[in-house]
Design a protein around this ligand. Structure first.
Ligand code: NOJ
Length: 740
């Protein structure tokens, strides 16, 4: 009997060691990766090669589809999208590893954008922290959770620059600025991938959407873009370049057309820039059916044409549509595709699969999954990051922070106790039951004597004002009213373009009704994009932009409302007054007739100020800061020289707090028009009351140049202005000269 037990234990051990991850035997850059790729390639049939270029999506619930095992068995499916769960991925993987001819593992991908189960603030919010290390840490938690449910690849970071808040996907990126965007791109890639994306708590990242997707005309998702190569290189490329330099393994080609050529068939962006200039050696996956959509774009008559156009331009893996698979053999025969092109795409994909250690560690340890999700330290981090990502937009008469011992607080509004919106559009497998709502956060924060009353007032969208009276009555009977308004998760993210930036439904009237009670009113915005909230700004004493703050949003909001956390975040995007100002961004050109209040014939509006409601980089604190004493290490530098710029920053208020010191430059005279300001440095510093510190920035060649008329990156001699401040408008400045 005992022998039987021992035998069973041994058997179990053997079985589990088969399933358990063995440490990767390959380091990512090991030279034998190329040998292994080539050896494998030499054994593959054309069908198996095309199979590696195919990605199909699973069912919404994470299951693979009935056809998948057979496709995998035949070597016709190299990757899936959305299949997840350790058990399910192992099940499909077992088919690849034991039943397919060449035993090439399946690569499991999913949109883990700002968290898998522990949901962090939307990326636009994280960018507001102006602290890329936070994004790195949240991406690391997302990677750890994702890896434990069998995923090895995330379709993130989304690094599209967005200058148009009508575009719903502004929520997914780091805002409007290429310098800030590059810093966050780098940080997120590092967080997801670490030094070795084959490690058991990491995933392969995917910088998307390559490229200029955020420039959609009219802010209408998927719409076309038409922009100069300079703008591409200076505004839209830098975050991608940063991701590539940080070692990102994959990119996703976008849906939009760029200057007449769809991004998923664009040899200029996919091959010339990415491969030849940047030496990217990972692979490019199309966006969802973006290969087949080349027909709709009108550059392909049928799927055959589409496959040829995309693969020849440099899209290696096809997501969901199956044009490569269906027409690859015929196109090869017709010589519209070369064997070398197909082989190169396969090689890029296999290379990444080897670097991922997939061949050595194809399975996920199933026992780890339950303990991997929502770890206490992950939840704590989500709360910390959310608190550091919320922007205090207004705080007259020190209305905030609130006292925890107030006798009564009215919590009002359709977003006060709403669980889904704070998770944002891409919520991974985040669950509503794990979301802390603002109402719950406030209740948990106040003293036992404080009465917290709640009324929804109205729906987020919808026309009824039936709930107003109850809300007004509660506000009247309370010491303060905190009103939560904004957007639903469905009004942010993909295909959520808007034609106005007003609060949806009757929410603005709800705020007005509460404000009219005369009770101190605080508005907390829960939203995925800047909104036109001029009335609120003019009439309500305190406004907190909480964005969509993730699972711990409600706790983080309460931390700020009651002063346990002093807000220090800044807007990574310009807040317009009205939608008619869009696109509006701080790094615009000066024009020949820059706006002058007294002169009609200058570049402005006759029916609205031309300035934003809140500028880029703006945000308040419960304390005050002074930035002064700007110093330069030299009055002039050579074009390849280095300049140190420093300022003193002092906490002049009574609370400890954070200031984001921002450095901007302007090239005053150049052979091309240059922006009135360009962010080239930022530092978030924490200071005790009365504490003063000198903050230094280094400026060099990479900060001072631009792409000239010949499309060469140059630093031109001449005068520059350097501006340092707490936002993009309130700055102190000096000049320096760049010499030949
Ligand atoms: C379409 C989106 O544009 C992209 O961002 C996403 O990764 C894919 N769908 C897969 O879900």
């Amino acid at each position: 009997m005992k022998r039987h037990i021992r035998l069973a234990v041994l058997l179990l051990f053997l079985l589990s060691s088969f399933l358990l991850p063995t440490p990767p035997t390959l380091s990512q850059r090991a030279p034998n990766v190329e040998q292994r790729v080539n050896a494998l390639l030499a054994q593959m049939t054309l069908e198996e090669k095309l199979g590696q270029l195919q990605q199909l999506d699973g069912e919404g619930n994470g299951n693979f589809r009935p056809e998948h095992p057979d496709l995998v068995r035949k070597g016709l499916l190299g990757s899936t999208l959305g299949v997840r769960g350790a058990q399910r991925t192992n099940q499909l993987q077992r088919v690849a590893m034991t039943e397919s001819r060449l035993k090439i593992p399946v690569l499991f991908g999913f949109d883990v954008i700002h968290g898998y189960r522990t949901i962090f603030p939307i990326p636009l919010a994280e960018a507001s922290s102006f602290d890329p290390s936070l994004a790195e840490r949240s991406a690391a938690v997302a990677a750890q959770e994702a890896n434990n449910v069998g995923l090895r690849w995330t379709f993130a970071p989304m690094v599209d620059i967005a200058r148009d808040p009508r575009w719903g996907r502004i929520t997914e990126g780091a805002g409007e600025d290429p310098f800030l965007g590059a810093a966050f791109a780098r940080a997120r890639v590092r967080g997801f991938q670490g030094d070795n994306y084959g490690a058991p708590d990491k995933v392969l990242a995917c910088a998307k959407h390559w490229v200029a997707y955020g420039d959609a005309e009219g802010g209408r998702d998927y719409d076309t873009t038409d922009l100069s190569e300079n703008t591409l290189r200076e505004i839209y490329f830098p975050p991608f370049k940063a991701a590539v330099d940080a070692g990102v393994g994959t990119l996703m080609s976008s849906f939009n057309a760029i200057n007449g050529v769809p991004a998923s068939a664009n040899a200029f962006t996919l091959t010339k820039v990415l491969r030849q200039e940047w030496k990217f050696d990972g692979f490019v996956v199309s966006d969802y059916t973006s290969v087949r959509e080349l027909i709709n774009h009108g550059i392909a008559a049928n799927e055959e044409d589409a496959a040829a156009a995309a693969l020849n331009a440099g899209v290696d893996m096809e997501m969901v549509s199956r044009s490569y698979n269906m027409f690859g053999p015929k196109l090869l025969q017709q010589k519209r595709l070369s064997q070398a092109t197909i082989d190169e795409a396969v090689r890029r994909i296999l290379r990444i699969k080897f670097r991922l250690g997939l061949f050595d560690r194809p399975y996920t340890e199933e026992a780890r999954e339950p303990n991997a999700l929502l770890r206490p330290e992950s939840i704590r981090l989500a709360r910390e990051i959310a608190g550091r990502s919320m922007v205090l937009l207004k705080n007259d008469r020190e209305t905030l922070p609130l006292n925890k011992n107030l006798s009564s607080i009215a919590v009002i509004g359709p977003l006060a106790d709403e669980r889904r919106a704070p998770l944002g559009w891409w919520a991974g497998d985040g669950k509503e039951e794990n979301t802390v709502t603002p109402l719950a956060g406030i209740k948990a924060k106040v003293s036992a004597q404080t009465k917290v009353v709640y009324a929804k007032g109205c729906e987020i969208q919808g026309d009824s004002t039936a709930g107003f009276q109850e809300a007004v009555n509660l506000a009247k009977a309370s010491d303060v009213a905190v009103v939560f308004v904004g957007e639903s998760h469905e009004w942010a993210g993909e295909a959520a373009s808007r034609s106005t930036l007003e609060l949806p439904g009757r929410q603005m009237e709800l705020v007005q009704a509460i404000q009219a009670t005369g009770k101190p009113t605080i508005v907390v915005l829960v939203n995925g994009r800047p909104l036109s909230i001029g009335w609120i700004v003019n009439n309500v004493p305190s406004i907190l932009e909480s964005w969509m703050g993730g699972s711990e949003s409600g706790n983080a909001i309460a931390d700020i409302l009651f002063g346990d956390v002093n807000p220090g975040a800044k807007l990574p995007v310009t807040y317009p007054r009205t939608v008619g100002q869009v696109p509006i961004y701080y790094n615009h050109m000066n024009t020949g007739r820059p706006p002058e209040a007294e002169n009609r014939y200058t570049s402005k509006y006759i029916d609205s100020p031309w300035t934003p409601l809140f500028p880029f980089g703006y945000g308040l604190s419960y304390t005050t800061f002074k930035i002064s004493n700007l110093q330069l290490s030299a009055p002039r530098i050579a074009a390849n020289g280095k300049l140190t710029v420093s300022v003193e920053v002092e906490n002049t208020g009574k609370r400890a707090g954070d200031e984001v010191v921002q450095l901007y430059i302007r090239d005053l005279v150049a052979t091309m028009t240059r922006p009135v300001k360009e962010l080239k440095g930022f530092q978030r510093v924490s200071l005790q009351p009365g504490e003063k510190r000198r903050v230094e920035f280094a400026l060099s060649h990479e900060h001072l140049g631009f792409w000239n008329r010949e499309m060469r990156y140059v630093v031109e001699p001449g005068e520059f202005r350097v501006m340092v401040g707490a936002n993009s408008v309130d700055t102190i400045e000096a000049k320096f000269e760049v010499t030949n």
